[in-house]
Design a protein around this ligand. Structure first.
Ligand SMILES: Cc1cc2nc3c(=O)[nH]c(=O)nc-3n(C[C@H](O)[C@H](O)[C@H](O)COP(=O)(O)OP(=O)(O)OC[C@H]3O[C@@H](n4cnc5c(N)ncnc54)[C@H](O)[C@@H]3O)c2cc1C
Length: 402
């Protein structure tokens, strides 16, 4: 057996998956992580249910990765959503398909799975080293800050699985970007993905409605028209419907400096019917009363209409109905990357070969969210992190066997 030393830096889903593959085939593997425990973001994902993969048709699943779908496809083919479910079951975590097609562990959390996973890795001889922060390259190795001071680690091959730059307090800080750039690795700037957006609420609206959900609407952007709900926050808007439009809103803001989500606040009624219902209301009644009786609106939807409507819209049932069916909500900027679910950008595909090895640094591989791909929420992120972790591990095996 070819027992060579492999160093994995970053103990999230991608790094741990690579460790599993490499230790199964008998390599000596050490995983280093800067945090006191492994998989902190994985655990946080578990706090909101842990959406581990998605059960939609596989071709559609792959298409969710947009521009990177073709690049990721070979890795995903080798570790499909079904494989993710079987793998979790092998670690005593049974999964189920929710009504949206999203796949969750029956226990709706990540901790039992992570515990079993780390136990498997330890049993397979993987050395797990916490509180080891990678600080960049030393002349002939990798420089770490450890509880016992600075240390240089040498290896026959190494994997970086450092994550993106969201939620830095869980470990992924994006501090690797300049170190790799300095070595000639092409990197697309890290940007927020699956993010909320700031909206210029007026003070009264913000005070009254922060935290209130806006339910049963559709929202339209370049991403298409999608049904769902979102939440008003102190700064703007958050929630699954917003995340589904995040790429298109973010890219439009970058291109044009402005972007809007077009809301249909009453998707179940046509404009004509709504205009008729509003026209039947007493013209002397307040806007709130007319919207309550004519459209069944309360609170936040009425306030959104009031915020955008001109005086002319308010008195004209036809114009009011048109506004309710296509209310433009201008977003100002994405929320800061530190608080979003995932990041876009990262190591460019042109910088790695088919085995996930950096062309500029032979023997060093990359996997997970630090690569330049993005996907919506729904289990796509974790599946691609697992799959690229495995693919990079196979690449390392081939490199060591060469
Ligand atoms: C709130 C939230 C909910 C989410 N929910 C879901 C979900 O339900 N489904 C889904 O598919 N995805 C979800 N995600 C996204 C998913 O968790 C990430 O895409 C995934 O964890 C990325 O895996 P990774 O291994 O690439 O990186 P990470 O999980 O970020 O792991 C990287 C590791 O590298 C370590 N590290 C970084 N820099 C250094 C360094 N210099 N030295 C040593 N170690 C370092 C970090 O400490 C960390 O442990 C969620 C994310 C968030 C924030």
């Amino acid at each position: 057996m070819n027992k060579q030393r492999v160093v994995i830096i970053g103990g999230g889903p991608a790094g741990l998956m690579a460790a599993e593959v490499l230790s199964t085939s008998g390599h000596s593997v050490t995983v280093y992580d800067s945090m006191p425990t492994f998989g902190r973001k994985f655990l946080l994902a578990g706090k909101t249910g842990l959406n581990i993969t998605h059960a939609e048709a596989y071709s559609q699943f792959v298409a969710r990765f947009g521009a990177a779908a073709d690049k990721l496809r070979p890795a995903l083919d080798e570790f499909t959503p079904n494989d993710v479910r079987q793998w979790a079951a092998g670690l005593s975590t049974e999964t189920f398909v929710g009504s949206s097609g999203r796949v969750f562990p029956k226990v709706m959390k990540a901790s039992p799975l992570l515990r079993a996973w780390l136990a498997r890795l330890t049993a397979q001889g993987v050395e797990l080293k916490t509180r080891h922060r990678w600080m960049g390259f030393a002349e002939d190795g990798y420089l770490f800050d450890t509880p016992d001071g600075r240390r240089i680690v040498h290896s026959d091959a190494a994997l970086l699985a450092l994550g993106g730059a969201s939620w830095p307090r869980l470990g992924s800080e994006g501090n690797w970007v300049p170190w790799l750039r300095e070595k000639g690795v092409p990197i697309t700037d890290l940007r927020p993905a699956n993010c909320g957006f700031d909206v210029d609420w007026d003070e009264t609206f913000r005070e009254r409605f922060a935290g209130v959900p806006v339910k049963s609407v559709t929202a339209t952007s370049d991403a298409g028209t999608l049904p769902g709900e979102f939440v008003v926050t102190v700064n703007g808007i958050e929630g699954s419907l917003v995340y589904a439009h995040a790429v298109s809103l973010r890219d439009r803001l970058e291109r044009n400096g402005e972007a809007s989500l077009l809301l249909d606040l009453m998707p179940g009624r046509t404009t004509e019917r709504l205009a008729r219902d509003l026209a039947r209301q007493d013209t002397k009644a307040s806007l709130s009363n007319r919207l309550r009786k004519g459209a069944g609106f309360e609170g936040v939807k009425t306030a959104l209409v009031r915020m955008v409507a001109s005086p002319g819209d308010i008195i004209d049932p036809q114009r009011l109905a048109e506004l309710i069916k296509a209310l433009p909500l201008a977003v100002v900027r994405p929320r800061p990357i530190a608080e979003v679910i995932s990041s876009a950008g990262g190591v460019a595909w042109s910088g790695i070969d088919n085995a996930y090895m950096l062309k500029a640094l032979p023997g060093l591989f990359v996997a997970g969210e630090m690569l330049d791909w993005e996907a919506p929420t729904g289990g796509y992120l974790l599946t691609a992190c697992f799959a690229t972790g495995r693919a990079a591990a196979r690449g390392i095996e081939a490199f060591l066997d060469r």
